[in-house]
Design a protein around this ligand. Structure first.
Ligand code: GAR
Length: 208
C-alpha cells in the first residue's frame, strides 16, 4: 500500500474526489494517510477530519525564508513516509528540496489543458478568467508530475471540457471540476499506486 499525502489550501473538492474514489475501492494500491494544509482555516481540513485522516498545517509565513520553509515541508513529508504527494489545490509554490526529494512522486491537478493557461500566476479562478478572455471553445484539466518548471512536468492525464456561451469564470470552474478534475486526479493517483506510469524524456506512458 502506497502512502498518499495530500497538500491542500482551500475548499478541498479534489481531496473529496480522492476520498470518494478511495471509498469506492478505485484506489486499490494506496491510501490517503495525511492531509497537509497551507491554511489553518481550509475547509479541506474538515473533510479530512470527517474521514478520520490525520491533518497537519504548515504556513509559509511561519518561516524566515523560502529555503527554511522548503526544508520544513520536505522533512514533514519524509516524516509522514509519503510515497506519493498530491497537490490538490495547493496554492504555495514548491521549492527544489521537495521537488528533488520526491522526483516523479508529486502529482498536481491544473484546471486547464497544459500548455495553455499555465505557469506562474495561473491558479484557481484566474485560469478560467484567462480562458474566457481568450475565447477558447474547449478547456479542461491536466494531472501531471511536478518538476522545477511551474506546470511543466510530465503530463499524466488530460480531459477536455466545452466552454459554453455565457460562461462566467465560476460556472466554467465548476464544469471543469465536475467533468475533468474530479475524474482524472483520482485516476492518475490510482495508476501511480499500481506502478502503471512510466516516465521518459519528460513524457509519460500509461502501462496496460
Ligand atoms: C482546483 O480547481 C485546482 O485545479 C486548482 O485550484 C482549485 C482547488 O479547488 N489548482 C490550481 O490552480 C493549481 N495551479 P479545491 O480546493 O476545491 O480542490
Amino acid at each position: 500500500m502506497k502512502r498518499i499525502v495530500v497538500l491542500v489550501s482551500g475548499g478541498g473538492t479534489n481531496l473529496q474526489a480522492l476520498i470518494d474514489a478511495q471509498n469506492r475501492g478505485e484506489i486499490t494500491r494506496g491510501r490517503i494517510t495525511c492531509v497537509i494544509s497551507s491554511n489553518p482555516n481550509a475547509y479541506a481540513l474538515e473533510r479530512a477530519a470527517k474521514n478520520g485522516i490525520e491533518t497537519e498545517v504548515i504556513r509559509r509565513r511561519d518561516f524566515a525564508d523560502f529555503d527554511e520553509y522548503d526544508s520544513a515541508l520536505t522533512a514533514l513529508l519524509k516524516a509522514k513516509n509519503a510515497d506519493l504527494v498530491v497537490l490538490a489545490g495547493f496554492m504555495t509554490i514548491l521549492g527544489s528540496q521537495v521537488i528533488n526529494a520526491f522526483e516523479n512522486r508529486i502529482i498536481n491537478i491544473h484546471p486547464a489543458l497544459i500548455p495553455s493557461f499555465c505557469g506562474e500566476g495561473y491558479y484557481g479562478l484566474r485560469v478560467h478568467e484567462e480562458a474566457l478572455k481568450k475565447g477558447v471553445k474547449v478547456t479542461g484539466a491536466t494531472a501531471h508530475f511536478v518538476n522545477e518548471i511551474c506546470d511543466g512536468g510530465p503530463i499524466i492525464l488530460q480531459k477536455a471540457v466545452e466552454v459554453l456561451d455565457g460562461d462566467t469564470p465560476e460556472v466554467l470552474q465548476k464544469r471543469v471540476m465536475e467533468q475533468a478534475e474530479w475524474k482524472i486526479l483520482p485516476k492518475a493517483v490510482a495508476l501511480f499506486c499500481e506502478d502503471k506510469i512510466k516516465v521518459t524524456d519528460n513524457k509519460t506512458v500509461i502501462l496496460k
